[in-house]
Design a protein around this ligand. Structure first.
Ligand SMILES: Nc1ncnc2c1ncn2[C@@H]1O[C@H](COP(=O)(O)OP(=O)(O)OP(=O)(O)O)[C@@H](O)[C@H]1O
Ligand SMILES: *[C@@H]1O[C@H](CO)[C@@H](O)[C@H](O)[C@H]1NC(C)=O
Ligand SMILES: *[C@@H]1O[C@H](CO)[C@@H](O)[C@H](O)[C@H]1NC(C)=O
Length: 322
């Protein structure tokens, strides 16, 4: 890396914390020569289980960079749920607010990948959809003391919105990642987001405008900014991202060192997790400097296979970034 990172002072608070209210999914991945047709049984060459779900992914990335993290989510009272909780602990994520329910299975994604890298995926959200207001209330003290709260849309949208409102009412910074995107998003999601961060296709769905270039991302970003969030970030894969803010509404393209992607799954979540880390621990960095670093961290994640397994730890990154 030829890039140099200007030194910065860390936050002065005792234990800055990132709280993620969101999803956990167990990925059940089969690698096959081709995708099966209806009614057909075929043999695959490899099977593995991975930990996923956008909420958990973002939380794990933030934790690996070295901030205190806590996950607010729901898994099933089943072996996948037990394994997920054990893995959060191994990653130093607090599981104080991870609930287990007997009413539904741990969220699961059955994934078939063929030799060309094409895939067919079935997602059963399961226990994720049972995360409710009571669960948020149990976490309310922790939420009110956090520095940054992050949510997405893989749980019931009203629960994400309630979490954003709880955070905002305590002066906690909010990052909202509207994924998977819906065309008719409740306008309150915008007014309760400090950072509204989505990818190109989500920006298209939300604005009904095409997003195929940094310039088009700027145009779509302006439409999103108008809806009342403080900062809009649209990620652009190897092109980095575009940022706009109420303070500086002129779209700014923050390019990155484009790398050859081995597996880009979860790159957006790595980016969001990294951004949450910087907002919690380095609140005095400007947004541009935070997203440059987040771009870099996400670019590391696309260079190895897997989702959470590809997320870098602090020790593996240039120390000038910290
Ligand atoms: N080929 C690449 N080279 C460098 N950085 C990349 C590359 N692909 C992704 N990134 C980094 O990852 C960030 C997120 O990527 P992207 O916009 O593709 O998110 P996404 O579509 O949500 O990811 P996912 O693949 O999980 O759906 C980008 O803003 C960039 O910083
Ligand atoms: C769970 O977390 C650890 C610690 O980060 C990781 O190294 C490990 O591979 C994970 N376990 C499984 C079964 O994936
Ligand atoms: C954006 O993210 C969604 C998941 O929310 C994914 O399905 C889609 O492929 C991504 N789009 C791009 C352009 O990467």
């Amino acid at each position: 890396m030829s890039q140099s990172w200007p030194s910065v002072s860390r936050a002065e608070m005792v234990t800055p914390q990132v709280i993620v209210v969101g999803s956990c999914m167990t990925d059940l991945v089969s690698v096959t020569p081709r995708l099966p047709k209806a009614g057909e049984t075929i043999h695959g060459s490899k099977f593995f289980i991975g930990f996923g779900g956008k909420g958990a992914n973002q939380c794990i990335q933030a934790a690996r960079l070295g901030v205190k993290t806590s996950m607010v989510c729901k898994v099933g009272k089943d072996s996948f749920g037990n394994d997920y909780i054990a893995n959060f602990t191994k990653n130093h994520v607090s599981t104080d607010f991870v609930g287990q329910t007997a009413e539904a299975a741990t969220g699961a994604a059955s994934i078939i990948v063929n030799a060309e890298g094409q895939n067919a995926i079935v997602i059963v959200a399961g226990a994720n959809l049972l995360l409710d207001s009571e669960d948020l209330k149990r976490a309310s003290t922790a939420i009110s003391r956090a520095n940054v709260l992050v949510c997405q849309l893989e749980i019931r949208p009203e629960i994400s919105l309630e979490a954003l409102k709880m955070a905002r009412s305590s002066g906690v910074k909010t990052i909202f990642n509207p994924a998977p995107a819906v065309a008719q998003l409740d306008p309150e999601f915008f007014t309760h987001s400090d950072i509204f961060c989505c990818n190109e296709s989500e920006a298209e769905i939300l604005t009904a405008a095409p997003v195929n270039s940094p310039q088009e991302a700027g145009t779509a970003g302006a439409l999103l900014l108008e809806k009342g969030c403080k900062v809009v970030i649209i990620t652009l894969g190897g092109e980095g991202c575009v940022i706009l803010s109420q303070e500086d509404p002129t779209p700014k393209h923050i390019s990155t060192n484009k790398v050859k992607a081995v597996d880009s799954t979860g790159a957006g979540d790595s980016f969001v997790g990294a951004l949450a880390y910087y907002m919690a621990l380095y609140p005095h960095l400007c947004m541009e400097d935070m997203v440059k670093r987040s771009n870099y961290i996400a670019s590391v994640s696309v260079q190895t296979a897997g989702t959470q397994t590809s997320y870098p730890h602090r020790a593996e990154l240039p120390q000038g970034m910290f």
